[in-house]
Ligand binder design. Structure first.
Ligand code: C2E
Ligand code: CA
Ligand code: CA
Length: 665
């Protein structure tokens, strides 16, 4: 049943009962009850106007401490009068709090039904002695009062509970089971005080202020409890939900079963801002981000802060991936405006990862982890947001298995280099061969790097892989050299190697082990690998260059680095990326980028190589443009070690193999 239909039914029934009761009411104020009404009436109104928000369930559940007075008024003043006062007070408070009309009507309706039920029960138990009018209260009335109180509690809790459960989209029965004890406890405490209040008033009206004391104490206690509950569930800096509450919300959403999406977001450059401007400005920024997020999401969605600069948005309401990306777009736009931090203007942007329930995970932990994977994917692609895709996830079971397999393969020598010839255009000879890793997988056959390289990169196995390739390539080279063919081998180096200060020493060890002069080894590194940590990379490259190892920039043109920066590195060669060379291959003469790269490279004193040559036309064009070397399928595919030498010989080897080379110690 929908919440609207349920609350509508309660409202209509309640109003009907109200009309019937009022129509049959005799005197509104029963004889002898005037004083009670004068004292209790205002107390009811006051209690209604000061509700306590309980951050327990829903967002805005309230308990009103007026319950004690309402029930006492019922006992003293009878049903019609109580309904009038209570109904009016509840409506005024709800309208004041700008609640929608259906909620105003529901509250009046449910109070009417609860009070009418209590009155009817008391009436029956007392065998018809006036509708609930029990003043003066005598001890033998107490059983009737107790049963009446129970009826009130039951109907009130039942109606409100079902409405809240439906509103939250939860199963009412399950909801009651979880929440029963709290509701019974607070309700019963407040109701038990009602006969006590009556007894005290009977004793002397002067004592009425004393009646208020326990109520005030309860009020304070509840406020304190509500406050601690708030603190336990909210991030105090931004006022947003905190991690435990977000978790709970996610658990509920999963329980609920409707599709939804989790947006995980962190601010780029936040640490920088925090470090340079200090924590005061950092906090201000986080607060403003929190506010913008709250404004950017829809009413049904929820935003929270996981900690640090990490925020989460739960996108509800039949959330398809497109809904989630629409919200992510809005969030990204909202954050793009500069932030005003006490006369300082700061710009930040965010990376947002999206994971959808149930497609990307069916428990909060998996969803958050997958949103995290997507977030890093967004960062990597410099995109404002990205949606989870398992191929970006380096921790899926399949990939973990692959990683374990790969570790074994590295140790077990299943990884082997294939070689591709590099032709020197000036001499027309093959001076070098690039080692490209292949995995001779026992069951899957020969795997190319695309199948496993990113697993290696993301698990740290790449270190072992590079060293294995270095070892194998130098071993092959040493054998060719002993057979009379002196080729330079080029080995690809990954970003991890350029962050590893022990790498140059490892390279040195392998050179010695294979009795190879450093200039017979070339290392290929990409711009992006260097730019990951330019300072460390620079130190490592300087060290390698000082040893005499040849260094080349691979995939040139695909990164973001400037030639001006690369110029300061000890590299000697640029390899123009295949994507630019393909252009020249397809329409000769149109390779503006290739031409200018060759010119720039030469001006900087670098050798320029083009990779990915697939046709003779491309080769001739590159020759015309003054390129120094080429590599590509047109000359040779990557081949096993025992076949590359024959191919190189066919293409042409350098005229005089240098036979007498000094040996490295
Ligand atoms: P890369 O370093 O740019 O290597 C050149 C890639 O282009 C090779 O792919 C090669 O087979 C391919 N190729 C060469 N000529 C042509 C051509 O004319 N047309 C086309 N369409 N492709 C051509 P491969 O062997 O699949 O390697 C892919 C990438 O994997 C390499 O790109 C390199 O980045 C990486 N890689 C390969 N071996 C290693 C290694 O031992 N260590 C590291 N860290 N990365 C490696
Ligand atoms: Ca390469
Ligand atoms: Ca390349």
């Amino acid at each position: 049943m929908s919440v609207r239909r349920f609350t509508g039914a309660v409202s209509v029934t309640g109003l009907g009962v109200l009309l019937v009761v009022l129509a049959h009411a005799g005197r509104l104020v029963p004889p002898g009850a005037a004083l009670y009404v004068i004292l209790l009436g205002p107390a009811v109104v006051l209690g209604e106007l000061l509700p306590l928000k309980i951050p327990r369930r829903g967002d805005d559940e309230e308990i009103t401490i007026s319950t004690t007075f309402v029930f006492a008024l019922l006992l003293a003043g009878g049903l019609p009068l109580t309904l009038l006062i209570q109904g009016a007070a509840s409506a005024v408070q709800d309208i004041w709090a700008r609640k929608p009309a259906w909620r105003v009507a529901f509250n009046v309706g449910q109070y009417t039904l609860s009070l009418a039920a209590a009155a009817a029960v008391i009436h029956n138990v007392r065998a018809g002695l006036g509708i609930a009018h029990v003043v003066p209260l005598s001890p033998h009335e107490l059983p009737a009062v107790a049963v009446g109180g129970a009826a009130f509690l039951l109907v009130n809790m039942g109606l409100v509970g079902v409405a809240v459960a439906l509103h939250l989209g939860r199963n009412p029965l399950r909801y009651f089971r979880e929440d029963l004890s709290f509701s019974i406890y607070t309700g019963a405490v407040l109701l038990c005080l009602s006969p006590a209040v009556l007894a005290m008033l009977q004793f002397s009206p002067v004592i009425f202020p004393v009646c208020l004391l326990p109520i005030v104490a309860i009020y304070q206690g509840c406020r304190q409890a509500a406050r601690s509950e708030y603190e336990a569930t909210h991030d105090l800096l931004t006022g947003l939900s905190n991690r435990p509450r977000l978790r709970q919300r996610l658990e509920r959403a999963v329980e609920h079963g409707e599709p939804f999406a989790v947006l995980l977001m962190d601010l780029n450059r936040f640490k920088e801002i925090y470090d340079t401007l200090g924590h005061h400005h950092g906090d201000l920024l986080l607060q403003q981000v929190g506010r913008r997020l709250t404004d950017a999401i829809r009413a049904d969605d929820e935003v929270g802060r996981l900690g640090g600069d990490e925020f989460v948005v739960i996108v509800r309401g039949g959330a398809l991936a497109s809904d989630a990306t629409a919200v992510a777009d809005r969030v990204a736009v909202a954050l793009r405006q500069p932030f005003d931090l006490e006369e300082l203007e700061v710009e930040v942007d965010a990376s947002i990862g999206i994971a959808c329930y149930p497609t990307d995970g069916d428990d909060p932990q998996t969803l958050l982890r997958h949103a995290d994977v997507a977030m890093y994917q967004a960062k990597r692609g410099h995109a404002p947001h990205a949606t989870y895709a398992s191929e970006h996830d380096h921790h899926t079971p399949a990939r973990l298995l692959l990683a374990a397999d790969l570790r074994r393969a590295i140790d077990g020598r299943e990884l082997v280099p294939f070689y591709q010839a590099q032709l020197d255009l000036a001499s027309g000879t093959v001076g070098a061969a690039e080692a490209l890793v292949r995995w001779r997988h026992p069951t899957l056959g020969l795997l190319s790097p695309a199948a496993f390289l990113d697993v290696a990169e993301n698990t740290g196995l790449i270190r072992g892989l590079t060293l294995r390739m270095l070892d194998a390539a130098l071993e092959d080279r040493q054998r060719w050299s002993e057979e009379g063919t002196d080729l330079v081998v080029a080995v690809n180096v990954s970003v991890r190697n350029l962050l590893d200060r022990s790498f140059p020493a490892e390279v040195g060890r392998h050179l010695v082990a294979h009795q190879t002069l450093p200039d017979r080894l070339k290392l290929e590194l990409t711009e992006s690998a260097i730019m990951a940590d330019p300072d460390t990379a620079r130190e490592i490259l300087d060290e390698l260059a000082a040893m005499g190892v040849d260094l080349a920039i691979d995939d040139f043109g695909t990164g973001y680095s400037s030639l001006a920066y690369l110029q300061r590195l000890p590299v000697r060669e640029l390899k123009i990326d295949r994507s630019f060379v393909a252009e020249i291959d397809s329409n000769a003469g149109d390779g503006v980028i290739v031409r200018s790269t060759i010119e720039l490279g030469h001006n900087l004193g670098l050798r320029v190589i083009a990779e990915g040559i697939e046709s003779d036309r491309g080769l001739q064009e590159l020759r015309r443009l003054g390129c120094d070397g080429v590599q590509g399928y047109h000359l040779s595919r990557p081949l096993p070690a025992d076949r590359i030498v024959a191919v190189a010989r066919e293409l042409g080897l350098p005229p005089a193999p240098r036979l007498l080379r000094p040996q490295v110690a």
